[in-house]
Design a protein around this ligand. Sequence first.
Ligand code: SAH
Length: 345
Amino acid sequence: MNDITSMDLVALQELMSSYGESAFRAKQLFEWLHHKMIWDYNEMTNLSQAFREKIKRDFPIPQMKIVKKYTSKLDGTIKYLFELQDSHIIEGVLMRYKHGNSLCISSQVGCKMGCKFCASTIGGLIRNLSAGEMLGQVYKVQQDIGERISNIVMMGSGEPLERLDITMQFIHLINSKLGQNIGQRHITLSTCGIVPAIYKLADEMVQITLAVSLHAPSDERRKSIMPIAHKYSVTELLEACKYYTQKTNRRITFEYALIEGQNDTAEDARDVGKLLDGLLCHVNLIPVNQVEEREYKSSHTSSIEKFIKILNSYGIETTLRRKLGADIDAACGQLRNRYIKERGE
Ligand code: SAH
Protein backbone atom coordinates (compact mmCIF):
# COMPACT_ATOMS: atom_id res chain seq x y z
CA MET A 1 0.00 0.00 0.00
CA ASN A 2 1.47 3.34 -0.92
CA ASP A 3 -1.49 5.57 -0.04
CA ILE A 4 -0.26 7.36 3.04
CA THR A 5 -3.70 8.74 3.96
CA SER A 6 -5.01 5.18 4.49
CA MET A 7 -2.25 4.10 6.88
CA ASP A 8 -2.86 3.68 10.60
CA LEU A 9 -0.37 4.79 13.24
CA VAL A 10 1.38 1.40 13.36
CA ALA A 11 1.88 1.41 9.59
CA LEU A 12 3.22 4.97 9.76
CA GLN A 13 5.60 4.00 12.57
CA GLU A 14 6.98 1.17 10.45
CA LEU A 15 7.32 3.52 7.54
CA MET A 16 9.10 6.11 9.66
CA SER A 17 11.53 3.58 11.03
CA SER A 18 12.38 2.56 7.45
CA TYR A 19 13.44 6.19 6.95
CA GLY A 20 15.40 6.13 10.20
CA GLU A 21 12.89 8.52 11.82
CA SER A 22 11.50 8.06 15.32
CA ALA A 23 8.03 6.76 16.24
CA PHE A 24 7.25 10.24 17.51
CA ARG A 25 7.52 11.54 13.95
CA ALA A 26 4.85 9.04 12.88
CA LYS A 27 2.51 10.50 15.47
CA GLN A 28 3.22 14.00 14.18
CA LEU A 29 2.54 12.94 10.61
CA PHE A 30 -0.65 11.17 11.64
CA GLU A 31 -1.85 14.31 13.39
CA TRP A 32 -1.13 16.45 10.36
CA LEU A 33 -3.11 14.13 8.11
CA HIS A 34 -6.00 13.19 10.35
CA HIS A 35 -6.35 15.80 13.08
CA LYS A 36 -5.32 18.99 11.32
CA MET A 37 -6.45 17.51 7.99
CA ILE A 38 -3.48 19.04 6.17
CA TRP A 39 -2.73 17.01 3.06
CA ASP A 40 0.33 18.98 1.97
CA TYR A 41 3.82 18.03 3.17
CA ASN A 42 5.04 21.60 2.67
CA GLU A 43 2.94 22.72 5.60
CA MET A 44 4.17 20.02 7.99
CA THR A 45 6.78 22.31 9.42
CA ASN A 46 7.72 20.23 12.46
CA LEU A 47 9.11 17.56 10.12
CA SER A 48 12.54 18.21 8.65
CA GLN A 49 12.79 19.65 5.17
CA ALA A 50 15.02 16.79 4.04
CA PHE A 51 12.56 14.17 5.26
CA ARG A 52 9.63 15.97 3.66
CA GLU A 53 11.40 15.96 0.30
CA LYS A 54 11.93 12.20 0.53
CA ILE A 55 8.41 11.30 1.60
CA LYS A 56 6.88 13.67 -0.94
CA ARG A 57 8.64 11.74 -3.67
CA ASP A 58 7.91 8.25 -2.29
CA PHE A 59 4.39 8.79 -0.98
CA PRO A 60 2.68 11.65 -2.77
CA ILE A 61 -0.61 12.48 -1.06
CA PRO A 62 -3.55 11.75 -3.36
CA GLN A 63 -5.52 14.98 -3.69
CA MET A 64 -9.25 15.44 -3.98
CA LYS A 65 -11.33 18.56 -4.38
CA ILE A 66 -14.90 19.76 -4.22
CA VAL A 67 -16.00 20.50 -7.78
CA LYS A 68 -19.69 21.27 -7.25
CA LYS A 69 -21.85 22.16 -4.34
CA TYR A 70 -25.62 22.47 -4.19
CA THR A 71 -27.10 24.08 -1.09
CA SER A 72 -30.75 23.70 -0.15
CA LYS A 73 -32.48 26.94 0.66
CA LEU A 74 -35.03 24.99 2.67
CA ASP A 75 -32.93 23.22 5.28
CA GLY A 76 -29.24 23.87 4.57
CA THR A 77 -28.58 20.37 3.19
CA ILE A 78 -25.54 20.46 0.91
CA LYS A 79 -24.83 17.97 -1.86
CA TYR A 80 -21.18 17.78 -2.84
CA LEU A 81 -19.41 16.41 -5.87
CA PHE A 82 -15.75 15.56 -5.28
CA GLU A 83 -13.13 14.97 -7.92
CA LEU A 84 -10.52 12.38 -7.04
CA GLN A 85 -6.85 12.42 -8.00
CA ASP A 86 -7.58 10.25 -11.06
CA SER A 87 -10.47 12.59 -12.01
CA HIS A 88 -13.28 10.20 -11.06
CA ILE A 89 -16.30 11.87 -9.48
CA ILE A 90 -18.03 10.82 -6.25
CA GLU A 91 -20.78 12.44 -4.23
CA GLY A 92 -21.64 13.11 -0.62
CA VAL A 93 -24.46 14.82 1.26
CA LEU A 94 -24.24 16.98 4.36
CA MET A 95 -27.37 17.01 6.51
CA ARG A 96 -27.71 19.52 9.30
CA TYR A 97 -29.61 18.48 12.39
CA LYS A 98 -30.08 20.08 15.77
CA HIS A 99 -27.85 17.38 17.25
CA GLY A 100 -25.05 18.03 14.77
CA ASN A 101 -23.79 17.64 11.23
CA SER A 102 -24.17 14.31 9.52
CA LEU A 103 -22.30 13.41 6.35
CA CYS A 104 -23.34 10.71 3.91
CA ILE A 105 -20.25 9.43 2.09
CA SER A 106 -19.56 7.17 -0.86
CA SER A 107 -17.53 3.99 -0.51
CA GLN A 108 -17.00 3.20 -4.21
CA VAL A 109 -16.98 4.98 -7.56
CA GLY A 110 -20.22 3.58 -8.98
CA CYS A 111 -21.55 0.25 -7.75
CA LYS A 112 -22.08 -3.21 -9.16
CA MET A 113 -24.91 -4.36 -6.92
CA GLY A 114 -27.52 -3.54 -9.55
CA CYS A 115 -30.50 -2.54 -7.38
CA LYS A 116 -33.17 -1.66 -9.93
CA PHE A 117 -34.28 1.65 -8.41
CA CYS A 118 -30.80 3.01 -7.69
CA ALA A 119 -28.89 5.50 -9.87
CA SER A 120 -25.44 4.68 -8.46
CA THR A 121 -25.33 1.32 -10.16
CA ILE A 122 -26.28 2.45 -13.68
CA GLY A 123 -22.69 2.69 -14.95
CA GLY A 124 -21.51 -0.31 -12.89
CA LEU A 125 -18.54 -0.32 -10.55
CA ILE A 126 -15.60 1.81 -11.66
CA ARG A 127 -13.35 1.22 -8.66
CA ASN A 128 -13.19 0.96 -4.89
CA LEU A 129 -12.29 4.00 -2.84
CA SER A 130 -9.35 3.83 -0.47
CA ALA A 131 -9.91 4.49 3.24
CA GLY A 132 -8.14 7.81 2.65
CA GLU A 133 -10.63 8.77 -0.05
CA MET A 134 -13.49 8.08 2.36
CA LEU A 135 -11.76 10.19 5.02
CA GLY A 136 -11.07 12.89 2.43
CA GLN A 137 -14.81 13.42 1.92
CA VAL A 138 -15.22 14.08 5.64
CA TYR A 139 -12.19 16.36 5.89
CA LYS A 140 -13.06 18.39 2.80
CA VAL A 141 -16.59 19.06 4.03
CA GLN A 142 -15.42 19.96 7.54
CA GLN A 143 -12.99 22.43 6.03
CA ASP A 144 -15.67 23.77 3.70
CA ILE A 145 -18.21 24.49 6.43
CA GLY A 146 -15.73 25.25 9.21
CA GLU A 147 -17.67 23.01 11.57
CA ARG A 148 -17.25 19.56 12.97
CA ILE A 149 -19.06 16.58 11.48
CA SER A 150 -20.37 14.43 14.28
CA ASN A 151 -22.10 11.62 12.37
CA ILE A 152 -21.09 9.60 9.35
CA VAL A 153 -23.44 7.52 7.25
CA MET A 154 -21.96 5.15 4.69
CA MET A 155 -25.00 5.36 2.47
CA GLY A 156 -23.69 7.13 -0.59
CA SER A 157 -22.68 5.32 -3.76
CA GLY A 158 -21.16 1.89 -3.38
CA GLU A 159 -21.46 -1.18 -1.23
CA PRO A 160 -19.26 -0.78 1.87
CA LEU A 161 -19.31 -4.48 2.74
CA GLU A 162 -17.89 -5.52 -0.61
CA ARG A 163 -14.48 -4.55 0.73
CA LEU A 164 -14.88 -4.92 4.47
CA ASP A 165 -11.09 -4.60 4.92
CA ILE A 166 -11.06 -1.08 3.48
CA THR A 167 -14.22 -0.10 5.33
CA MET A 168 -12.71 -1.26 8.64
CA GLN A 169 -9.55 0.74 7.92
CA PHE A 170 -11.75 3.80 7.40
CA ILE A 171 -13.77 3.20 10.58
CA HIS A 172 -10.63 2.82 12.70
CA LEU A 173 -9.03 5.94 11.23
CA ILE A 174 -12.07 8.21 11.60
CA ASN A 175 -12.57 6.83 15.11
CA SER A 176 -8.94 7.44 16.10
CA LYS A 177 -8.38 9.66 19.13
CA LEU A 178 -5.39 11.23 17.39
CA GLY A 179 -7.57 12.04 14.39
CA GLN A 180 -11.19 13.19 14.22
CA ASN A 181 -12.31 10.89 17.05
CA ILE A 182 -15.80 10.28 15.67
CA GLY A 183 -17.42 7.71 17.95
CA GLN A 184 -18.39 4.36 16.47
CA ARG A 185 -21.93 4.88 17.68
CA HIS A 186 -22.02 7.90 15.42
CA ILE A 187 -21.23 5.84 12.34
CA THR A 188 -23.86 4.01 10.30
CA LEU A 189 -23.02 1.52 7.58
CA SER A 190 -25.65 0.57 5.03
CA THR A 191 -25.48 -2.71 3.12
CA CYS A 192 -27.64 -4.40 0.53
CA GLY A 193 -27.05 -7.59 2.52
CA ILE A 194 -23.72 -9.32 1.90
CA VAL A 195 -24.28 -12.08 4.42
CA PRO A 196 -20.73 -13.40 5.08
CA ALA A 197 -19.48 -9.84 5.56
CA ILE A 198 -22.22 -9.13 8.14
CA TYR A 199 -20.88 -12.06 10.20
CA LYS A 200 -17.34 -10.76 9.85
CA LEU A 201 -18.40 -7.26 10.83
CA ALA A 202 -20.16 -8.64 13.91
CA ASP A 203 -16.96 -10.50 14.85
CA GLU A 204 -15.02 -7.24 14.65
CA MET A 205 -17.10 -6.24 17.69
CA VAL A 206 -17.61 -2.76 16.38
CA GLN A 207 -20.25 -0.50 17.88
CA ILE A 208 -21.41 1.06 14.65
CA THR A 209 -25.05 1.03 13.53
CA LEU A 210 -25.78 -1.49 10.83
CA ALA A 211 -28.44 -0.53 8.31
CA VAL A 212 -29.69 -3.29 6.04
CA SER A 213 -31.52 -2.59 2.79
CA LEU A 214 -34.41 -5.02 3.00
CA HIS A 215 -36.88 -3.44 0.55
CA ALA A 216 -39.10 -6.55 0.32
CA PRO A 217 -40.15 -9.33 2.69
CA SER A 218 -39.88 -12.35 0.37
CA ASP A 219 -37.08 -13.80 -1.75
CA GLU A 220 -39.18 -13.57 -4.88
CA ARG A 221 -39.98 -9.87 -4.42
CA ARG A 222 -36.50 -9.03 -3.30
CA LYS A 223 -34.99 -10.79 -6.33
CA SER A 224 -37.11 -8.67 -8.65
CA ILE A 225 -35.54 -5.43 -7.38
CA MET A 226 -32.19 -6.46 -5.82
CA PRO A 227 -29.86 -8.91 -7.62
CA ILE A 228 -28.05 -9.68 -4.34
CA ALA A 229 -31.20 -11.57 -3.27
CA HIS A 230 -30.27 -14.29 -5.79
CA LYS A 231 -27.16 -14.94 -3.74
CA TYR A 232 -28.51 -14.76 -0.19
CA SER A 233 -32.04 -15.58 0.94
CA VAL A 234 -34.04 -13.39 3.29
CA THR A 235 -33.76 -16.17 5.91
CA GLU A 236 -29.97 -16.20 5.65
CA LEU A 237 -29.89 -12.42 5.78
CA LEU A 238 -32.00 -12.28 8.93
CA GLU A 239 -29.92 -14.97 10.62
CA ALA A 240 -26.84 -12.84 10.00
CA CYS A 241 -28.66 -9.78 11.36
CA LYS A 242 -29.65 -11.67 14.49
CA TYR A 243 -26.03 -12.69 14.97
CA TYR A 244 -25.01 -9.04 14.61
CA THR A 245 -27.44 -7.90 17.31
CA GLN A 246 -26.37 -10.72 19.64
CA LYS A 247 -22.68 -10.01 19.22
CA THR A 248 -22.86 -6.23 19.42
CA ASN A 249 -26.08 -5.54 21.32
CA ARG A 250 -26.76 -2.90 18.69
CA ARG A 251 -30.17 -2.34 17.15
CA ILE A 252 -30.28 -2.84 13.40
CA THR A 253 -32.00 -0.43 11.05
CA PHE A 254 -33.88 -1.99 8.15
CA GLU A 255 -34.24 0.34 5.21
CA TYR A 256 -37.29 -0.12 3.11
CA ALA A 257 -37.79 1.96 -0.04
CA LEU A 258 -41.50 2.14 -0.74
CA ILE A 259 -42.16 1.64 -4.44
CA GLU A 260 -45.64 1.92 -5.81
CA GLY A 261 -47.09 -1.44 -6.72
CA GLN A 262 -43.85 -3.31 -5.94
CA ASN A 263 -43.55 -3.70 -2.19
CA ASP A 264 -46.05 -1.35 -0.56
CA THR A 265 -49.27 -3.30 0.04
CA ALA A 266 -50.82 -4.05 3.42
CA GLU A 267 -49.84 -7.67 2.89
CA ASP A 268 -46.21 -6.68 2.33
CA ALA A 269 -46.33 -4.69 5.56
CA ARG A 270 -47.73 -7.66 7.48
CA ASP A 271 -45.04 -9.92 5.99
CA VAL A 272 -42.35 -7.48 7.09
CA GLY A 273 -43.96 -7.33 10.54
CA LYS A 274 -43.87 -11.14 10.87
CA LEU A 275 -40.35 -11.36 9.49
CA LEU A 276 -38.84 -8.87 11.92
CA ASP A 277 -40.88 -9.92 14.94
CA GLY A 278 -38.64 -10.27 18.00
CA LEU A 279 -35.52 -8.86 16.35
CA LEU A 280 -33.72 -5.89 17.94
CA CYS A 281 -34.43 -3.50 15.11
CA HIS A 282 -36.25 -0.54 13.70
CA VAL A 283 -37.55 0.15 10.23
CA ASN A 284 -36.74 3.24 8.22
CA LEU A 285 -39.15 3.72 5.35
CA ILE A 286 -37.93 5.72 2.37
CA PRO A 287 -40.40 6.86 -0.27
CA VAL A 288 -38.39 5.84 -3.33
CA ASN A 289 -36.64 8.72 -5.04
CA GLN A 290 -37.56 8.75 -8.68
CA VAL A 291 -34.60 8.24 -10.98
CA GLU A 292 -34.86 9.39 -14.62
CA GLU A 293 -33.52 6.13 -16.02
CA ARG A 294 -35.88 3.96 -13.93
CA GLU A 295 -39.62 3.60 -14.09
CA TYR A 296 -40.23 3.13 -10.35
CA LYS A 297 -42.60 5.52 -8.61
CA SER A 298 -42.92 6.43 -4.97
CA SER A 299 -45.88 5.01 -3.02
CA HIS A 300 -48.93 7.14 -2.31
CA THR A 301 -49.12 8.86 1.05
CA SER A 302 -52.11 6.70 2.03
CA SER A 303 -50.15 3.45 1.38
CA ILE A 304 -47.20 4.83 3.35
CA GLU A 305 -49.39 5.71 6.33
CA LYS A 306 -51.05 2.30 6.26
CA PHE A 307 -47.65 0.61 6.06
CA ILE A 308 -46.44 2.45 9.16
CA LYS A 309 -49.60 1.60 11.09
CA ILE A 310 -49.29 -2.10 10.34
CA LEU A 311 -45.61 -2.25 11.33
CA ASN A 312 -46.43 -0.40 14.55
CA SER A 313 -49.14 -2.97 15.27
CA TYR A 314 -46.36 -5.58 15.26
CA GLY A 315 -44.50 -3.50 17.82
CA ILE A 316 -41.87 -2.45 15.31
CA GLU A 317 -40.63 1.10 15.66
CA THR A 318 -40.93 2.69 12.27
CA THR A 319 -39.71 6.02 10.99
CA LEU A 320 -40.31 7.70 7.68
CA ARG A 321 -37.18 9.27 6.26
CA ARG A 322 -37.60 13.00 6.27
CA LYS A 323 -36.91 14.43 2.89
CA LEU A 324 -34.01 16.83 3.18
CA GLY A 325 -32.88 19.16 0.43
CA ALA A 326 -36.08 18.70 -1.58
CA ASP A 327 -35.19 21.69 -3.76
CA ILE A 328 -31.83 20.18 -4.75
CA ASP A 329 -33.29 16.76 -5.01
CA ALA A 330 -31.26 14.05 -6.62
CA ALA A 331 -31.36 10.41 -5.67
CA CYS A 332 -28.28 8.44 -4.72
CA GLY A 333 -25.82 8.67 -7.62
CA GLN A 334 -27.89 11.00 -9.79
CA LEU A 335 -25.80 14.12 -9.37
CA ARG A 336 -22.68 12.26 -10.35
CA ASN A 337 -24.36 10.76 -13.41
CA ARG A 338 -25.54 14.18 -14.52
CA TYR A 339 -22.15 15.78 -13.94
CA ILE A 340 -20.17 13.20 -15.89
CA LYS A 341 -22.69 13.40 -18.72
CA GLU A 342 -22.18 17.17 -18.84
CA ARG A 343 -18.43 16.63 -18.79
CA GLY A 344 -18.94 14.54 -21.92
CA GLU A 345 -18.10 11.01 -20.73
N1 SAH B 1 -24.99 -0.35 -0.99
C1 SAH B 1 -25.54 0.04 0.26
C2 SAH B 1 -25.42 1.51 0.56
C3 SAH B 1 -25.74 2.51 -0.51
S1 SAH B 1 -27.42 2.84 -0.88
C4 SAH B 1 -26.98 -0.43 0.39
O1 SAH B 1 -27.51 -0.99 -0.57
O2 SAH B 1 -27.55 -0.34 1.45
C5 SAH B 1 -28.12 3.54 0.55
C6 SAH B 1 -29.62 3.30 0.65
O3 SAH B 1 -30.34 4.07 -0.33
C7 SAH B 1 -30.02 1.85 0.41
O4 SAH B 1 -31.02 1.45 1.31
C8 SAH B 1 -30.56 1.91 -1.00
O5 SAH B 1 -31.37 0.81 -1.30
C9 SAH B 1 -31.27 3.24 -0.98
N2 SAH B 1 -31.60 3.79 -2.29
C10 SAH B 1 -30.88 3.76 -3.43
N3 SAH B 1 -31.52 4.37 -4.43
C11 SAH B 1 -32.67 4.82 -3.93
C12 SAH B 1 -33.77 5.52 -4.48
N4 SAH B 1 -33.81 5.87 -5.76
N5 SAH B 1 -34.79 5.81 -3.64
C13 SAH B 1 -34.76 5.44 -2.34
N6 SAH B 1 -33.76 4.78 -1.77
C14 SAH B 1 -32.73 4.46 -2.56
